[in-house]
Design a protein around this ligand. Structure first.
Ligand code: OXD
Ligand code: MN
Length: 595
């Protein structure tokens, strides 16, 4: 076994994990292509991975997880802080001592007969003042190969850590027996530690992503004066070459990846507008030397949902998956060893293997009401494959943020776009974020689920304290703070059809948002915030959408909002005295303005 660092804290912790899990062999990942190639070959030899068509999908691999292990498991995800109130009412909590005592026997000897892979990785560009180091030990080659795409993995990560620092996140993962009854995804924020067991599915096992970059990092950010958010980062280049950056938070199934890789409509491209992707899922934000808020994407790949991705819905995401990508739980076309998923195109393969591994006739199988690909099947694609990846993607300083956008899926309540009155009111707008459930999920349709800042499953501490941290960041940023907006692409007409075309046409709303950031356009004051004058939303080239349609999309129904205020009050009451007074005040002011 070759150690990759002299850092005694890392080596001591890895020794402890070896003593606990007792692997037959330990391999440190240096990040070299030779080492990764050997692991790819090994995984293909054992059947853990399947090689896809080298001409059509060069460097691409396929992996299938167990049918009981296809998604994040929120009910088995814990935040273990010494005090229960520090985890708050929106997290599962357990005393850290108790949790360690429960899990330690499960890890004892779990890697006997297996190899332990030690993965050093950096979240954020190497050398960035915003980056942080993690070390994940795992018994899964699938995890290694995914982490190699999603993070800056290998010996370079230790350069960021140095020889003595103790500031690294310790991630212990074992797939164990992939037993759903013994599955645990546990964050110990006070120990910089994550323990994950009995899963082999992405979000539960790629510990750099949700576990570190959101749950642990949000806690670190509160203590260290920065923010870890569930946000995409997008650059909009104007015809004069100037690029402005926005970040945006949406709950799942609201088109975050699509917005992150948007292609502007012709009325913009012909004038010379371009859009650049910096991140599709997570943003780390910190005030820079000039006092503005800067963002980095801590990841280096996209772990995107495959179904629904196609040339029209997201050309850039699809293009990102055409080489060096790992596909998980999609369907295979056995005629040419390519991949397929629902809505990729209208030609499901006849000679198909569905996501659970059965050989089926694709069109017939679908006609019988089955999915060929699992609805949460994924691609793990290198960000550098993305045709619109930002030239600033690896900039260690990050990009300056002009606007923060919140959004959700609301059939009637929220207008197409509104701007908050100020940062405090913007924090309120983020805290009341909600989405209506769709037919895609099980359970009732149209039920409002509150998902503050899209962080409900990802905030590593008490959400009330998290809002307090937002307010504090606003005080630090002062008049340099980004402006805060809310959007809703999902208003429906009386027949339930979406009114706004969405996708690339969302550029029209971003355009207004940037103009507001530059004080280049007036707005109308409403009880919920500033709204555009309908004629200030560019409808040039849109079929069936006029300024009158936009007027409708901007309407605010006072009764619906009074009902909404009741829902917010109920939600806020869960937080007791952890609810910042400023937010309670904002709710009262909203009610007053509604009359
Ligand atoms: C994701 C999620 O997978 O938010 O990114 O669930
Ligand atoms: Mn996400």
């Amino acid at each position: 076994m070759t150690l990759l660092t002299k850092n005694p804290n890392v080596n001591k912790w890895v020794d402890e994990m070896i003593a606990l899990t007792k692997p037959d062999k330990v391999v440190w990942l240096d990040g070299s292509e030779e080492q990764l190639d050997a692991l790819r070959a090994e995984a293909c030899a054992t059947g853990e991975m399947i090689k896809l068509n080298e001409e059509k999908l060069p460097g691409c691999l396929y992996h299938r997880t167990l049918p009981n292990d296809v998604a994040r498991v929120e009910d088995r995800t814990f935040i273990c802080t010494s005090k229960k109130e520090d985890a708050g009412p929106t997290n599962n909590w357990c005393d850290p001592k108790e949790m360690y005592a429960k899990l330690t026997p499960m890890y004892d000897g779990v890697m006997k007969g297996r190899t332990m892979y030690v993965i050093p990785y950096s979240m954020g560009p190497i050398g960035s003042p915003l980056a942080k180091v993690g070390v994940e030990v795992t018994d899964s080659i699938y995890v290694v190969l995914n982490m190699a795409i999603m993070t800056r993995m290998g010996v370079q990560a230790f350069k960021n850590l140095g020889d003595s620092s103790n500031d690294f996140v310790r991630g212990l993962h074992s797939k164990a027996d992939v037993d759903p009854e013994k599955r645990y995804i546990v964050q110990f924020p006070e120990d910089n530690t994550i323990w994950s067991i009995n899963s082999a599915y992405g979000g539960n096992v790629l510990l750099g992503k949700k576990c570190f970059a959101l749950r642990i990092a949000s806690y670190q950010g509160k203590n260290e004066g920065w923010m870890a958010e569930h946000m995409l980062i997008l650059g909009i280049e104007k015809p004069n070459g100037e690029v402005k950056y926005v970040t945006a938070a949406f709950p799942s199934a609201c088109g975050k990846t699509n917005l992150a890789m948007l292609i502007p409509p012709e009325t913009y491209t012909k004038k010379g507008y371009k859009v650049w992707t910096v991140g599709d899922d997570i943003a780390w934000l910190k005030p820079g030397k000039d006092g503005r808020l800067y963002a980095i994407n801590p990841e280096s790949g996209f772990f995107g949902v495959a179904p629904g991705t196609n040339e029209k819905s997201n050309y850039n995401a699809l293009a990102s998956t055409r080489k060096n990508t790992i596909f998980t739980n999609v369907a295979i076309n056995n005629d040419d060893m390519t991949v397929w998923w629902e809505k990729l195109d209208k030609n499901p393969p006849v000679n198909a293997t569905e996501w659970k591994g059965a050989k089926v006739n694709g069109p017939e199988y679908i006609a019988e009401g089955n999915h060929l690909a699992h609805p949460n099947s994924r691609f793990t694609a290198p960000a550098e494959n993305c045709p619109c990846i930002s030239p600033e993607f690896n900039n260690p300083e990050g990009v300056p943020v002009s606007a923060i956008i919140f959004g959700g899926r609301r059939a009637k309540t929220a207008p197409l776009v509104y701007q908050s009155f100020n940062w405090q009111h913007g924090t309120f707008v983020g805290s009341i974020m909600a989405s209506e459930t769709t037919a895609a999920a099980t359970g009732a349709v149209g039920v409002v689920r509150r998902d503050p800042m899209a962080m409900l499953p990802f905030c590593g501490y008490n959400m009330g304290d998290y809002w307090g941290h937002w307010l504090e960041m606003g005080r630090i940023l002062g008049d340099k703070a980004p402006k805060i907006f809310n959007v809703n692409w999902f208003r429906t007409d009386d027949d339930g059809n979406f009114i706004w075309p969405g996708f690339g046409d969302n550029m029209r709303v971003l355009d207004w948002i940037l103009e507001r950031c530059e004080d280049a356009v007036d707005a109308v004051e409403t009880p919920i915030g500033y709204e555009p004058k309908p004629e200030d939303i560019n409808v040039d080239g849109l079929e069936g959408i006029t300024t009158e349609t936009v007027r409708g999309l901007l309407s605010v129904d006072k009764q619906l909002w009074l009902d909404e205020a009741k829902g917010i009050e109920e939600f806020y009451s869960k937080f007791g005295d952890k609810l910042p007074k400023e937010l309670a005040d904002e709710l009262s002011s909203l009610k007053e303005r509604l009359g």
